[in-house]
Structures are given as structure tokens and as C-alpha cells.
Design a binder for this molecule. Sequence first.
Ligand code: ZN
Length: 535
Amino acid sequence: MEVASVDARRTPRLAVLVAAVVALVAGMAPLATPPAEAWPFDSFCSNQQGGPPYDGFLSHEQVIQRLHQIARSSQGTVAVEAAGTTTGGREIHVARVGHGDTVMLVQSEIHGNEKHGTTALLNLLATLGNNSKASREIREAITFVAIPMLNADGGAVPRRQNVMSWAQIQARHPQLAGVPANPGAWYHNNNLGGMDLNRDFNPDLDYEPVAADLPGNSAGVGFYLSPESRTVRDVYRSLEQEFGRVDIFVDLHNQAACYGNGLPDLVEIDAPSPAAGTYDAAGANFGPEADAVGIRGDIVLVDGGGPNPTEGCGALSDFPAGAIALIDRGTCPFTQKVANAQAAGAVAVVIANNTAATPTTMGGTDASITIPAVQITQAAGQTIRAGLPATGRVADNPDSDFYTPLSISARFIDDPAAHGDWPNFDYDASRRVNVAVFDALQRGNSPFGKVTLYPQNTNLPGTALGSFALRGSAVILFETSGQTQQLGQKRMGMLVKQVEVGVRGIVDAAADGSLHEIDPGRYDQIPLRVSAPIG
Ligand SMILES: [Zn+2]
């Protein structure tokens, strides 16, 4: 999904503050080249969202072919039909399998450069339509409806947005004839000639755009300007009419590859200090990395002279050799602080951030530095400082394992009452569905562990997820780690499989009823996504 602007809001709920600097900008610059030397060779990490490369993913024509193939070999259990047409004339297809009372609607590629979900949906349809006992039982319990590759025009470019000029929007909605292209609708990009379809939804399925509502903003609902969002809306409405409710709505996306499930290092403070505990920490581009054993010592706040002595920008006074230096961020480069500490005999350095943001890898180069340096949050710095004197340890964090292959979320609406009267809104139901996916991906010797939560400060009622959550669907966002230049076919297959296993986890839990037994509070135990260092 990806918030298309830098978002500095924070979620103060967990110990690790997630800066959520969603610099993803997603499809805004899908072909942008990240700093090449910053990628660890053996990692999955880059700044790229969906791709490139896109080789190996299916074209729209291939998706349609495959859908009809699946329908034929299912001998009637999978039904496929065209439900709408994009501005570019591509037919949007809907596939349906099963006839149970629980209704699940799943869509992929609302952002045209986010492609793993489309392949996963096709594989799932083939499985659910086959003649196995498990599939027959699921078909008795579930009605599974899929819209693969919704943004077929954007998918062909490929890019995040659809392909639809402001004039084409006005031709479809003559009542907007007098509305200038700029600003138009806030989520339509006049230069690109396309919109972010995932802002074009409204919980009022009968809504028709009116000039007075434009341009709107991200805290408000969307306007159903596009044929793509209207197709989804029509499918959703017909399911609602048939079943009374769409129980579960799943939206399959990709995010940038460079997210982790925890900071790579830690700082431990020993009892009896009141600050005793473990604090997540980021590392540095210079000096050695802390290992799992770590380095122990007294924790000593530095005095580097000058107006801000704890920033350690000058030679340190009275620093005991063999201690770990605690230094505040600010005024001078990280390398200067660490070099000063090393000169005074420090064995490691802990730098406390000077903003509330999650620490990121400290930049800089200095070949003379031979001690490890880590960065903790501002809050952790204040706690530790208040707990001195203390001893402690700087070490590698054994629980962190970059890179998270998937972030999920149940949360798109801050306050349902802000958008009208939606009595069926059920955040707990959404949280249960998310936990079902988390559990399915952790089971056994799963290679798909390390699932994280997407930033939880998201309030986007104009997303399909937000609008359908207001109507009462349990919703889940999948943000699969992006495919990047470094990742081969094997990784792509693994990421596709991960989406299949995750969605299948919802299907199974809904089919056997265990979904309703899940404690929704477990959702909040899933670790938050953090920005992984790229260096
Ligand atoms: Zn997306």
C-alpha cells in the first residue's frame, strides 16, 4: 500500500518507536536507483519497492489465460468472468470458488508494480478448485472470490498508479467538468495521468463524485472516480446483497525490501540500576560490529566540554578507561564522538538519539575507529542516564533477523465515528484475521517467520481496506517484501508461496471455525516493522 508521502508520525505504543518514515514513495519512482554500494551483497535489502525486475511475473493476457485454464481444469468449481474494464480497455476478471456462508474477497495488484499477490492468487484458485478432500471441505464452508491484477493498466507499465487522465475522469463524470486538473482529486497525479486507486474508495457504495468534495485529503474518503475501484465496489456490493456481508477482505501489496523486525544491536543495563533492562540499538557504518557475546563495562556519561558536554564533541574529561561511553547525539559527527571516546579508553560507545525517532544506522567513515558504537532511542538514553551509575553490555541482538519478508495490518481507521455511522465496524475481527495469518506463517519449521506489523498510525478511509472495514469486513493488508535486482527466481517463488500460505491460513481458520477463537489481543504482540539499515 505505502503512504505516498514522508510520514513522521509515530506510534508510541511499543518500546521500539517506529519512525515510520515511509520513504517508500512506492510507485512514485518505481525505477529509481538506490545507492548501489549501500546494499549488503548477501541481503534482501534495497530501497526498491515492487521491482524491477518484473521479468518472471505474468502479463495481463497471461493472467486471463491462466484463469480460464484453472476454470476448465476445475470442472466447474472455479467460475471466471469479466466484471469491469479499465480505461485502457483491459478486462478486470473475477474468479469465484466455493459456496459456503463465509465470504472472502481477495484482490491483488491495486498497485501495478506490486506483483507477488497475483501469482499467489492464481495458485490458490487452482488449489481451492481441485478435487482433494481438503479443498472440497473448504468449498462447503467458504465462498472465495478473487480479483487478480486489478490495476491491469498500471501493471502493464508497470507503475503504482492506474492510467487515467483528468480529462478521462471528467468524461466519465460530467458533473466534474468545471473542476481544474490541479489539484483535481488529491490522489490523482495530473503529470503522470493516473491515480492511486487505493485512495479511490468510499464506505458509501452508492457515492457519486461531486465537485464540492474535491480535492479532498488523505484523512477523508475517496470518490469512486476510476473504473477499477468501481469494479471492486460492484463485486463487493453484489456479495453483500447475496450474503448480507463480506466477512473478510484481503488486499495484497508489496513494500520495499529494506525493512527489518527489530534493531540489530542491543544495550543491556544490569541490576540493581533502576534502568536495568534491554534496549534495542542500531549499529554504525564505521568501526567493528558488536558480536553476540558483546562488550561489558561501566556505563559512563561523557564530559566533552563545551556548551553541551554530554555530546562528547571535545576531548573527554575524567573518563575511566575500560568503560562504555554514553554520549548524546548532536552538534558533531558520530565518528568524532566515537573517536574521542576511544582516545579516552572507552571499550564501546552508546549514543542516545536526540529526537524521538527510531535510531537508524549511524553514518560516517573513520578507519581509525576500533570499538563498536550503537545508537539507542532518546527515551532509552534518558532512562539509562537516570539509572547511573550502572554496568552493562553492548551486543548483537540475537532476536533481530533482517529482513522481514512480510508486514501485515488490521488498522486503517483511527475513529470510525469520524466517517459516519458504521455500526458493523469490527476491529477485533480484523485483528483475528491478522493473527491467523501470523500463525500460519510461524507454524512448524516455517521459512516465513519474522512477520511484522505495518505502521499502526495509518488512517486511510479512502483505501479499499479502510472503506470495507467501516462496512464491517474483517480486513488485512499484506505487504510482501519487494522483488529487487539482487533477488533471483528462488526468492520470488518463496515470496509468492508466503502469500499463498498466509491467505490459506485465513481460509483454513475460517473454514474450521478456529478463526473465532483467536484472542485479538495477540495482534498487538506482533513486532512492529522497523527500517532496516542499508549498509
Ligand atoms: Zn501497495
